[in-house]
Write a protein that binds this ligand. Sequence first.
Ligand SMILES: CC(C)(COP(=O)(O)OP(=O)(O)OC[C@H]1O[C@@H](n2cnc3c(N)ncnc32)[C@H](O)[C@@H]1OP(=O)(O)O)[C@@H](O)C(=O)NCCC(=O)NCCS
Length: 160
Amino acid sequence: MGEPHVVTLRATRDGDLDALFTIEQDEAAVQMAAFTPPDPSDRAMFDAHWRRLLADPAIDARTVRADGEIVGSVARWYEDGTAEITYWIDRPHWGRHIATRAVRLFLDALHERPVRVRVAADNVASIAVLEKLGFRRVGRERSYANAREAEIEELIYRLD
Ligand SMILES: CC(C)(COP(=O)(O)OP(=O)(O)OC[C@H]1O[C@@H](n2cnc3c(N)ncnc32)[C@H](O)[C@@H]1OP(=O)(O)O)[C@@H](O)C(=O)NCCC(=O)NCCS
């Protein structure tokens, strides 16, 4: 499986949630992301969370599609008035440069700067994506990560 021909973003809709829930069940991905809900397999919590996101005009949640297939998500919200983003790509599609393309598309359409990302210090693939897109590391802190059931080091990246 090489790189997809077309990577697109569309506003996340209710009909995408089954696919996004399935994508976010992968244990390796959950461990990598680290800062996940306490129980990623709790569908009621997932639905309640997404109902809040989709109803909040300050949150921009996009579904990532590769050649028409739902393969992940990118979202922006505000933390202390600063835009923060996160992203997730379905494991069978890792390494196809989909995250890099999807986040680049998202940032191209996002007029605010700076943009901040928090990432587990050992999430080398996510850090590689951020560095390719011009983010620089501006801080580090220790935070509790549900998936690791421990406090871990988190890096803060910023795009100005
Ligand atoms: C992080 C994530 C989004 C990357 O998605 P992806 O589509 O595979 O990313 P891309 O293919 O665009 O780029 C990944 C880069 O990481 C590199 N990479 C992957 N694993 C690596 C490793 N173990 N060591 C070093 N680099 C690594 C790849 O080589 C690639 O860089 P390149 O383009 O220079 O070759 C995906 O793994 C994911 O969704 N993980 C679970 C959720 C998560 O961690 N989200 C981020 C929260 S901050």
